[in-house]
Ligand binder design. Structure first.
Ligand code: EPZ
Length: 417
């Protein structure tokens, strides 16, 4: 169980290249199940725990994964199985995305129902309703869901723009000859990236990134080469870390328009943010003005940046509100921030944050990926030493975060135990 030891109060300054997006790479890697030809995926954050787990899921199903730096080649190894092992699905719920491609290709799939996790119950009813709308029948057995009967293209209207359900149904629709229309679809940039990959494989996807997506699928998809988009959540977290530590940061290879909800709010709080040709420049002096946020599906304020935002607002010159509308239990960082002197009180979906002039170091514990990132943001700004425990959560979504922050001048080290 690794820990971070952080001596806070050092201003962060410098330039970083943003990694490939974890949440875009995951469904794209899974999309390789749609073809028996080789695929080359570039700009994959291959050191991340969730990406490594995705390789294991693909291998358990029958693919071979070859990694060279950030390039990943996925090739057929043995005949594909149409079930995903519980051991892997329970560690990473996104594994449930294998249902779409396998069901559409082979007419039958068995996947364990992923349990809840630290941030919420996270059911998969919207995925399942989508498959049923395309003709699937479902049965349950020993904690698994079994989907069968050949799918046919059709029209689906999601009751909520779930990212995972939109991806799962796009993956299925790509292998169904004919036209499938997804309405009230998620609009996240990661969906647009999946659409581009499926199109490169021979499906025709239009509207990915809008609320109506049309997929014209094909029975035989071919291999493709694709470079994954930059990780907007990693970029946002680094910007908030540099702002909390009152520094300046130039991020390269990031798409500024993917971060508009964050950068708009950061400007309101007093940061200077400039969109550049190939990235973003941000600088911040002093404590932020208090700025309330409410999370929402894209293009709203990302739930994945709610926790790091709260950490920054703990230092605001006044009081603001942080509302979480996407997940029902994504405030576990609040109690840990309080251990560092933050003043946060919770009432249902809303946290009231009363800024303090200074946070102070303390031993704290990451409860999930973004909550862990929030503690690092707070620790970089705090007076004294913070020990962040359960760094494995952070390793799911940030590649060697401590090394990247050290480049900016942070005093942070990883301790193995
Ligand atoms: C994706 O999760 C991301 N994960 C999450 O990133 C991100 O927080 C989330 O989208 C929202 O942006 C990946 O891309 C791998 P949803 P996903 O389906 O697909 C409810 C991170 O830190 N819901 O849009 O699981 C659900 O419970 C993570 O990197 C249903 O009720 O998100 C939640 O409250 C964590 N039924 C809300 O919708 C369903 O069938 C949003 O979930 C599906 C979802």
């Amino acid at each position: 169980m690794d820990r971070f030891i952080i001596d806070g109060g050092k201003s962060l300054r410098g330039t970083l290249r943003v990694s490939g997006s974890k949440n875009a790479a995951l469904p794209i890697l899974i999309a390789t199940l749609l073809t028996d030809e080789p695929c080359l995926i570039e700009n994959v954050p291959t050191r991340l725990r969730d990406i490594r787990l995705t390789f294991r899921v693909l291998e358990a199903i029958g693919k071979r994964v070859e990694v060279s730096g950030t390039n990943v080649t996925v090739v057929d190894d043995k005949p594909l199985k149409t079930r995903a092992p519980y051991e892997l699905v329970k560690q990473m719920r996104a594994s449930v995305l294998v249902a779409g491609p396998l069901l559409a290709r082979f007419g039958w799939v068995r996947v364990p129902i992923p349990g809840g996790c630290a941030i919420g119950v996270r059911p998969i009813d919207i995925h399942l309703k989508g498959f049923e709308d395309l003709g699937a029948r479902r049965t349950f057995e020993a904690g698994d869901i079994i989907l069968d009967s050949p799918l046919r293209p059709g029209t689906i209207r999601f009751k909520f723009p779930s990212v995972g359900a939109t991806e799962n149904l796009m993956l299925a629709a790509a292998a169904l000859p004919g036209m499938t229309i997804l309405r009230n679809a998620a609009r996240e940039p990661e969906i647009g990236d999946l659409g581009r990959f499926l199109t490169a494989m021979g499906a025709r996807v239009t509207g990915a990134g809008t609320s109506t997506i049309t997929v014209r699928g094909a029975r035989h998809l071919h291999g493709a080469r694709h470079a994954v988009i930059a990780d907007r959540i990693e970029a946002g977290t680094l910007m908030l870390a540099a702002a909390a530590a009152q520094g300046s940061l130039r991020l390269l290879a990031v798409e500024p328009k993917h971060l508009k909800a964050l950068t708009g709010k950061m400007r309101c709080a007093g940061a200077v943010v400039r969109e550049e040709k190939d990235g973003i420049f941000m600088s911040m002096k002093g404590r932020p003005r208090p700025v309330s946020i409410a999370t929402a599906p894209y293009p709203g304020f990302p739930t994945d940046l709610q926790a790091p935002w709260m950490a920054w607002m703990c230092l605001a010159r006044g009081r603001c509100r942080v509302q979480e509308t996407v997940f029902e239990n994504r405030f576990l960082h609040a109690a840990e921030l309080s251990r560092m002197g933050g003043r946060v009180s919770l009432s249902g979906k809303t946290a009231a944050v009363e800024g303090v002039p200074q946070l102070c170091g303390a031993p704290v514990m990451a409860s999930d990926l973004r909550a862990g990132a929030a503690l690092v943001v707070a620790a970089l700004a705090a007076r004294g030493r913070t020990m962040v425990q359960r760094v494995y959560h952070i390793d799911r979504g940030y590649e060697r975060l401590e090394i990247r922050l050290r480049v900016l001048g942070a005093k942070i080290r990883r301790v193995h135990r």
